[in-house]
Design a protein around this ligand. Sequence first.
Ligand SMILES: *Cc1c(COP(=O)(O)O)cnc(C)c1O
Length: 268
Amino acid sequence: MSFSQERREELRINLEAAQQAVKSASEDFSQVRDPQSPLPRLTVVTKFFPSSDVEALYSLGVRHVGENRDQEASAKATELAEITDAQDPLQWSYIGQLQTNKAKSVVKYAAEVHSIDRISLAQALAKAYSLQVTRWESEEAPAPFAAVRGGLKCLVQVSLEDHDRSTAGHAAEGKRGGAKLDDLLKIADMLNSSAGLECSGVMAVAPLGMNPDAAFEKLYNISQKLREHHPSAQEISAGMSGDLEAAIRWGSTNVRIGSKIMGARPTA
Ligand SMILES: *Cc1c(COP(=O)(O)O)cnc(C)c1O
């Protein structure tokens, strides 16, 4: 074990507090939740923090972690191959901006990709995934993580900005972007017609300066529209350390919590 007991204890306390915050927020039925709604899943965002922290989280029962840079995620997944290949594996969600040329790498280790914001990226992921499966079947390469676990879960990142202020591909430029509604349906069709990929739902980041309840209400409505066409696309990946309550009120099925558990990120 490469983590210190002291760090593990710190993470344990923060994790417990975050789980409690998710639970309390889930008891708020003022918007779209009701007593039958399942508890949202907690994905711990480990970007900028070392693999030893991820290992400590795994020892505390965490099975879903999120990363936003391929190079870092790929290195950590390799380093932590033992728990990524375990019977009860650690599962990596890719949640950041992604260049199409990185799709080849991401499909190797990702269980989920939450940040698909344009058709060209959906196509690149589909192509990279099927190529990796072919190489695996001819015993030239290991299986993509998702291939032996039911397929790659894909979420479309949507823009919650007002109209013209966002364009597809903004996420790829490091801004809080995402797809618009028309593109969302095209991307979902594309994903669902690709072998091994499945459009599981939507993801968004609340725009800076926008009221989080207004933002997540909008996301909920977008999710409903998607579900008219793709009933199984039920996931809503929404809510971070600062706005998880609003996201949960509006039906988040997966919160992505970083700093509240890991501590402040070093500024890049
Ligand atoms: C970093 C990040 C998070 C976690 O943010 P915190 O405010 O630290 O909880 C969630 N989602 C995405 C897309 C991120 O990049």
